[in-house]
Design a protein around this ligand. Structure first.
Ligand SMILES: Cc1cc2nc3c(=O)[nH]c(=O)nc-3n(C[C@H](O)[C@H](O)[C@H](O)COP(=O)(O)OP(=O)(O)OC[C@H]3O[C@@H](n4cnc5c(N)ncnc54)[C@H](O)[C@@H]3O)c2cc1C
Length: 422
């Protein structure tokens, strides 16, 4: 039987980071990846000469190790300006700090409610947190509606362990200023975003892919952790000494021979959102926005970005592109391709950015794992699974291996650290 001293499951950035960590220790590893190409969520979609990423991907990595790798690739730096679309209005992000275009009575209603927000409320879930931060009216008008589209959940069912610096904690002075003036400062959690000059976001990890040994089309179906053997759908079994996995925890547990019932039960409770990506190519330039959020419920997408604004090299000269992100709870999409495309045409019209005759093509791709869901109590289920994996000597890392809301730089370091700690 073939043997790999160090086997890594998954050739996303975390698996590639693990291979890098091992290389730096002078060890060779083999990465087994189920897809025919590598990169995982950072892989590109190439359609009619246009390059799309899998959802908005821009880098704001600060860690020297990550910068050392990403900076090998020439990049463009963008200011992190983003926008929000709600009921026919384009407002700057974060929306509660940029209310100037609203009618006066609406501003008064929102700000009055902000001032009266509950201070002493016990914060037991994300809805409490929102009321506490923004007051009832702003919360209901903006982030709660957005939560239903992006997380496909009610805010009271979510915890706040994922929030970190992702949500702007507002001050009265900022809200008041933005209610009077459109000249507001950028409050995004990072001031600039980097993106490769050519080849899509994946170019940042091309050096890692080139230097790793990767077996593609290697779909893991069973792991015998006692005999230390990996079984694949269409590849001969491989024995291993050390195993690093970046597979989603439920997928991993499901493949482990003899996993205990309680661990299987916990892993089955872990939920993700999946996304349908509608990628659209246009025969002319249509928008300058790098990315934007959509609050309207009749538009399926909660977010969109323009690959051609990220880099003009993402499409042929004179053309442009947009990709819409539409989320579903669970790893299977809930809408048909036909509905997704119809709604995208409607969205382009409602957003006022393109007509059907501007469209060159439209393609739908389903991504089964987008974000891990932070339902209340998720951490207990996750810890139960992670403790079991430890007992089986499997190092689990990456966004779906740590089961956390990791950016690409954090996923890289998660894999890198797993290799160093082995
Ligand atoms: C909507 C969205 C927007 C994002 N935007 C940004 C951003 O702007 N900036 C940023 O830095 N980060 C962003 N991220 C985060 C970033 O995409 C992730 O942190 C990172 O790509 C996760 O890498 P990973 O290797 O952990 O997981 P993945 O990329 O999911 O890699 C796991 C790999 O395992 C493989 N696999 C699964 N099952 C099997 C099996 N049975 N056998 C073999 N292989 C298998 C998969 O095919 C995949 O290649 C975003 C993520 C999402 C979802």
């Amino acid at each position: 039987m073939r043997k790999a001293k160090f086997a890594i499951l998954g050739a996303g950035i975390a698996g590639l980071g693990a291979a890098l960590g091992l290389r730096e220790r002078g060890e060779e590893s083999i990465i087994f990846e189920k897809n025919s190409t590598s990169g995982g969520l950072l892989d590109s979609l190439i359609i009619n000469g246009f390059i799309f990423d899998k959802a908005v991907h821009l880098s704001f990595a600060t860690e020297p190790k990550v910068r050392e790798i990403f900076d090998e690739t020439p990049f463009i730096t963008h200011p992190s300006d983003s926008y929000c679309f709600d009921e026919g209005r384009w407002l700057k992000h974060p929306i509660q700090n940029n209310l100037s275009k609203l009618e006066p009575d609406e501003k008064v209603r929102l700000i009055e409610s902000y001032v009266a927000r509950p201070d002493e409320l016990p914060i037991e879930n994300y809805r409490d947190w929102l009321y506490h931060q923004y007051g009832f009216e702003i919360s209901e008008k903006y982030p709660i509606r957005y939560t239903r589209k992006y997380w496909c959940s009610e805010p009271q069912d979510l915890s706040i362990t994922w929030v970190g610096n992702r949500m702007r904690r507002s001050r009265l002075s900022e809200i008041l200023y933005g209610a009077f003036s459109e000249q507001t400062p950028n409050h995004y959690y990072t001031k600039e975003m980097r993106y490769p000059v050519s080849g899509g976001y994946k170019s940042f990890i091309d050096p890692l892919i080139k230097n790793s040994i990767i077996e593609n089309n290697a779909n893991i179906v069973e792991i015998d952790t006692v005999k230390k053997i990996l079984y694949f759908e269409s590849l001969d079994p491989v024995a291993y000494d050390h195993l690093i996995s970046t597979l989603p925890l439920p997928t991993l547990v499901n493949s482990i021979k003899g996993a205990p019932e309680d661990v299987i039960f916990s892993s089955q409770k872990l939920k993700v959102t999946s996304m349908d990506l509608v990628s659209v190519g246009f025969n002319k330039k249509i928008i300058d926005h790098l990315w934007f959020y959509i609050y309207d419920e009749d538009i399926f997408a909660s977010r969109a970005y323009s690959p051609s604004v990220k880099s003009p090299n993402n499409c042929p000269p004179g053309c442009s592109s947009i990709q819409f992100e539409i989320y579903s709870l669970g790893d299977v999409g809930i809408r048909t391709k036909e509905d997704l495309m119809q709604n995208t045409i409607y969205a382009l019209h409602k957003l006022g950015i393109a007509k059907p005759e501007d469209i060159l093509f439209m393609e739908v791709h389903h991504i089964s794992h987008a974000n891990v869901l932070f339902y209340n109590g998720m951490e207990n289920d996750r810890d139960n699974v992670l403790n079991y994996l430890k007992s089986q000597e499997i190092k689990s890392c990456g966004r779906f291996g740590e089961w956390d809301y990791l950016w690409s730089n954090q996923s890289l370091l998660s894999g890198y650290r797993a290799a160093i700690e082995l």
